[in-house]
Every structure is written in structure tokens, then in C-alpha cells.
Design a protein. Structure first.
Length: 528
């Protein structure tokens, strides 16, 4: 359904708010709040109504509710002073008073089909749409809710969540779902039982963060994902200077609640970071929140923040390693000229290793550079060093598989790509791993399977040129020449600089796989 009002529209199928043709960036919870007001515009909506529907009955402070309403008004060009579209009814609630035009979305059937196709892709990746439980304690950490009066503090609660995921991931006797899959539930108020089924975990950790001045309050609760029952809960009030010790305390408490004997036997590895690094951590948290939105604009913002962090805190490893990785991803996605930053990326990654030899992102960046240079053994070695430092590092398994696929090591590649997908079933990076599956099957001579994986990657990200190139070559090698040439025509429109010489220079297949890939592209109609 589409709801149009003034120059705005909200699409329930695509979960988008637009002003004319422009997408308005809003958090899922803000969008849901606006949608609830629009759908119930014939009546006054109370605070209790909003809490029951938008927050699924969770306790929400008046300041949080007011903050979200302010954000909704700002997104649609309204304000508390003018109340042109959302009117406050004293002591009763709110009402959407704008004129709304409803119409059925002609793309609804296509959206439904694409959602089904994504589920089909997951089944192909894991053998089932519902991942099986691992044979060791498994946990998903949902994004902690920002309870501060300032919605701009969202990055702070995200950063706390990220650090807890990282700390738990370093406990080798845990299976921890990667950040990108749990953050897919951000702002949705997801049922923990459904999360457990979706991600294949026994436990779910959720909580909230309130930052006020120099103090922070964090609540955390551990739930049994099968029943939704509470296993452990705690509230922490601390000075901000204690934030790192607090993260370690939460990690230890969660581990003790799940496996006290294992905790006693193996212990937790405390994060020892000096207090003066808090401001540096703050910058990194801001950058990471923007980077994982995986858009050109957000990537550029993240890179800018990380550059600031590197300049201001030259002895703090995380901004160096994350900046190196962000620059490589931006080049791969075409958001920045590919290859222009390679020397500076290597300097940043090596500096991160020098500052902190246990930083896995530094080895990710070094592995990425080696892969791009077709040094596969070195690349895989770097990725597995990252895995040694963080045994639940989904991206490292994925990139190891990606490198192996381009070197013709198809069986090894598929094994590692499957591990990456299992650790993060709802990850936007899975589009790269699907393209990796396509490469692995192509080099192994399984052209029909390669074409199917390339199609699945394009369902996730239609503009993925690497997947489209693999689709062209796979179709041609499978004997579907007419379809291959049709796809090639579309590809050349999207990538005018495409040529056989460009592929030899830019696509990191090693020698024998490169010969086979070029053969497929020639059959698909690429002649120069």
C-alpha cells in the first residue's frame, strides 16, 4: 500500500518514506510510528496505543516518546510549533491530520516474490530456511535501544552493542551471530523466539543504553530464545570513564549465566583500554554506525570520521584498521576509484597491527589487499589470522572463500562461504558471498549452478556488476548464448568501460580461472 500526503509518500511494501522521488532516511521505528499514525488518522492515538503497537508493550519513557515524535515531524517537514500534519491533543494523545491518498502498490506482487526469492537463496546457502542449532552455546545480541533524550546518541548504543558482540565472539566456546545479521532487527521490536528461529541460536541478549552527561545507564537481559523466558538481567549505572570495564562486566555476566563451568575453566579476556581512548572510541562508534548502512553517502561520511580519528589519535588501532577496510569496500563498490588508496590502506593496516597485534580488522584489510593482487595464499593466511583472533568472524570466513573461489579452489571456497552465511544469515554482505558461490561453481564447470547463484546475488543487489559479469559468462558456458548476450547488452550499458583487458587488470582471478572466465565472456559477446 502507498500512502501519499502533501509531497510525501510512504510505501509499506518497500518500507520507504519518500519526498517526491527522493528517499528520506529514517530509522525503522520512526517509519513505523509515522505509519501507525497515518493508518489510525480517524482517531486520537494515545501513548498506550503507541507503546502497545510500535514498541510491542515495552516500557518507554515520556522523553523517548517525545523524541521519536519530534523525529517523525522533522522527517515530514512538520514541527511541534506548527503541527501541520501531526497534532497534539492535550492530555489525550496525537492525531495525523494531513490529507492522505491511499493506493495499492502495483509492485506489491514483485516485492512479495523478491522476499520469497531471498528465502529461497537462504535455503540454497544453508540447506534450509531455518538454520540448525550449533553444538555449542549460541547467542544473538540485538541492538541495544537508545533511551537517551537525544536521538543523535543512537551511535553510542550501537557502539556498546558492537563491543559486546566482539567480546563474546572472542570466547571460542560460544557461537555468536555477526553484527550485520542482528542489526537487521534494529528498531523492529522483534520477538526473541522468532529471532532464535531465524538465526538458529539458543539465547538472545537485548538491552538499552541511556547516556546523560558524564554518566551512562545500561540495562541488559539474557533470554532463552526457545521460550522467551528471562535467564539473567542487570542494570548498571556508571561514569563514562568506566565504560570499557562495564562492557567486560556485561560479557562476563552473560557468559557466566550460560556456561558457568566453561567460564571458570577458560575465563574471559578483559578489554584493557586506557580511559583517554573514550573519545577515540566515540568517533569510531559514529563511523561504524554509518559505514554498515552500505551506501555511498554513508560510506563517505564514515571515512571522513575515521580520518579524523586517525589524525587525532595516532596511537589508537581501531580507526586505522577500520579506515583501511572501509576504503577497500568503497573502492570495490565503485563509490571511490578502485586502487587509488592501496598504498595508504596498507600503511594504515600495518600501523594498526603495530599498535595492536590482536586487531582482526587489520588482518582483514591486509588479506583484502593480497587478494586484489592475486596473492591467494597470503590473502587466505591473513583472513585466518583474523579468525584466530575472533573465531566468530563471519566476514573473514566469507572473504577467505571469496579469494579461494577466484583461485579455482572451489571446494575450500564453498566450505568457508557456507560458514560465513551460517554465522550471519541476514547479512547484507551475503551478496558478495553469493557471487563467491557463483565463481566457485563456474571455475568447477558447474555453469547452471553458477548462473543461479549470480541471479540470487542480483536479487539482493541488482547493481552488483561482478555478479552480472558472472551471470553472463555462466549462461554462455551453459550454452544459453541468446540469454547470455541479452545480459551482456545490459551489462555494457551499466559498465561502459567493460573490456577483456579491463577484466584481466581489475578482476582478481588467478591465471587458469582467468582464462576460463575470459572464454565465457567472449562467448557472451564481449569482443574487445
Amino acid at each position: 500500500m502507498l500512502y501519499d500526503f502533501e509531497e510525501y509518500s510512504i510505501d509499506t511494501d518497500r518500507q520507504e518514506l519518500r519526498r517526491g522521488a527522493d528517499l528520506v532516511a529514517v530509522e525503522p521505528q520512526v517509519r513505523d510510528l509515522l505509519l501507525y499514525l497515518i493508518r489510525n488518522r480517524e482517531r486520537v492515538v494515545s501513548k498506550d496505543d503507541l507503546i502497545a503497537d510500535v514498541w510491542n508493550g515495552r516500557i518507554v519513557s515520556d522523553s523517548t516518546l517525545t523524541s521519536r515524535i519530534t523525529t517523525v515531524r522533522k522527517a515530514i517537514g512538520d514541527s511541534g510549533a506548527h503541527q501541520r500534519l501531526i497534532r497534539t491533543i492535550s492530555r489525550k494523545g496525537l492525531r495525523f491530520v494531513g490529507e492522505v491518498r491511499e493506493k495499492h502498490n502495483a509492485d506489491a506482487a514483485d516485492s512479495s516474490r523478491m522476499a520469497k526469492d531471498r528465502d529461497t537463496a537462504l535455503e540454497l546457502l544453508l540447506g534450509t530456511a531455518v538454520p540448525a542449532l550449533p553444538d555449542k552455546p549460541s547467542i544473538a545480541v540485538l541492538p541495544f535501544t537508545n533511551m537517551s533524550d537525544d536521538p543523535e546518541q543512537e551511535y553510542f548504543s550501537d557502539g556498546i552493542t558492537e563491543d559486546i558482540i566482539t567480546a563474546l565472539s572472542r570466547l571460542r566456546w560460544f557461537f555468536v551471530i555477526a553484527r550485520n545479521s542482528t542489526f537487521a532487527y534494529k528498531g523492529e521490536g522483534a520477538d526473541v523466539r522468532q529471532v532464535g528461529r531465524d538465526l538458529g541460536v539458543r539465547y538472545v541478549l537485548e538491552g538499552s543504553v541511556r547516556r546523560s552527561g558524564k554518566r551512562v545507564r545500561i540495562t541488559a537481559q539474557l533470554l532463552d530464545a526457545a521460550t522467551g523466558t528471562h535467564m539473567w538481567a542487570e542494570r548498571y549505572d556508571r561514569e563514562l570513564i568506566d565504560i570499557f570495564a562495564l562492557q567486560d562486566e556485561i560479557t562476563a555476566s552473560v557468559a557466566a549465566a550460560i556456561e558457568p563451568k566453561l567460564l571458570a575453566a577458560e575465563g574471559t579476556r578483559a578489554e584493557t583500554r586506557p580511559v583517554e581512548n573514550l573519545d577515540a572510541w566515540d568517533l569510531v562508534a559514529r563511523a561504524v554506525t554509518r559505514f554498515w548502512k552500505l551506501s555511498a553517502a554513508d560510506s563517505e561520511t564514515a571515512i571522513g570520521i575515521l580520518h579524523q580519528a586517525v589524525e587525532r589519535y595516532p596511537n589508537y588501532a581501531p580507526p586505522h584498521s577500520l579506515l583501511a577496510f572501509a576504503l577497500l569496500v568503497a573502492g570495490h563498490m565503485g563509490w571511490r576509484p578502485s586502487g587509488n588508496d592501496r598504498e595508504s590502506v596498507e600503511r594504515l593496516a600495518l600501523r594498526a597491527v603495530q599498535l595492536d597485534g590482536s586487531d582482526p580488522w587489520a588482518y582483514m584489510a591486509l588479506g583484502y589487499l593480497a587478494f586484489a593482487a592475486r596473492r591467494t595464499d597470503e590473502a587466505v593466511g591473513r583472513f585466518f589470522t583474523a579468525i584466530d583472533l575472533n573465531s566468530n568472524f563471519a566476514a573473514a570466513y566469507g572473504y577467505a572463500g571469496w579469494a579461494q573461489a577466484h583461485d579455482g579452489r572451489s571446494d575450500e571456497a564453498i566450505k568457508n562461504l557456507q560458514k560465513a552465511i551460517r554465522m550471519s544469515p541476514r547479512d547484507p554482505f551475503n551478496v558478495f558471498y553469493m557471487a563467491g558461490f557463483a565463481a566457485a561453481h563456474y571455475i568447477a564447470g558447474r555453469y547452471a549452478e553458477a548462473a543461479e547463484w549470480a541471479r540470487q546475488a542480483l536479487l539482493m543487489r541488482p547493481g552488483h556488476l561482478g555478479a552480472r559479469r558472472k551471470l553472463c559468462a555462466s549462461l554462455a558456458q551453459a550454452g544459453l548464448i541468446e540469454e547470455a548476450r541479452s545480459e551482456m547488452a545490459q551489462l555494457q550499458e551499466l559498465q561502459p568501460n567493460l573490456s577483456l583487458a579491463w577484466i584481466e587488470q581489475a578482476v582478481p582471478y588467478t591465471s587458469r580461472p582467468m582464462i576460463r572466465f575470459l572464454d565465457g565472456m567472449r562467448k557472451a559477446g564481449l569482443t574487445v
